[in-house]
Design a binder for this molecule. Structure first.
Ligand code: CU
Length: 165
């Protein structure tokens, strides 16, 4: 009887961890990355097919070590890259961010239009407002995480893309 109760208890613990707001690999709920406000920009400003768009979120690092967002993958895109926006020849341009996006222990990073973002490139279909987009983010120092985020319109952050030579 006692053994059965223990099994039931640990199953409950597992479920409550899964249901918490944090997506993470830790049981105590503190030693993890916390993702909030994830969304993907509709592809209105791309070519719709074979176009590109950005994915955005706030990532809080509640672990005791630095974590780096290095890339990702998505069914809807041929390629997923980590990008930054830089001023180049008087214009805001985006480019792949060397070394990825560092999220220091105890700190947070906001991915947003006009700033750091995850780029979905080579879209296989248009992303329309109200769509749900599933993507996986790859980290150094943390388990890869898969999300389904809503697609929303945004009028800002339409930078030119400058592929690295
Ligand atoms: Cu970009």
């Amino acid at each position: 009887m006692i053994k059965k109760a223990l099994v039931a208890l640990s199953a409950f613990t597992l479920i409550s961890t899964t249901l918490s707001g944090c997506a993470g690999g830790s049981v105590d709920g503190h030693d993890e990355l916390h993702f909030s406000d994830g969304w993907v920009r509709v592809s209105e400003f791309s070519d719709h097919v074979d176009g590109m768009t950005g994915a955005f979120a706030t990532i809080e690092n509640h672990t005791d070590h630095d974590v780096t967002l290095v890339g990702g993958s998505a069914e809807i895109a041929k390629m997923v890259e980590v990008h930054e926006v830089v001023m180049m020849d008087g214009e805001m341009k985006m480019q792949a961010k060397d070394g990825g996006i560092l999220i220091k222990a105890g700190e947070s990073v906001t991915l947003e239009p006009g700033g750091l973002h995850v780029m979905l490139m080579g879209l296989k279909e248009a992303i329309l407002e109200g769509d749900e987009v599933t993507l996986t983010l790859d980290f150094d120092g943390y388990d890869d995480q898969t999300f389904t985020w809503p697609a929303k319109a945004s009028l800002s952050g339409d930078e030119k893309y400058e592929p690295k030579k």
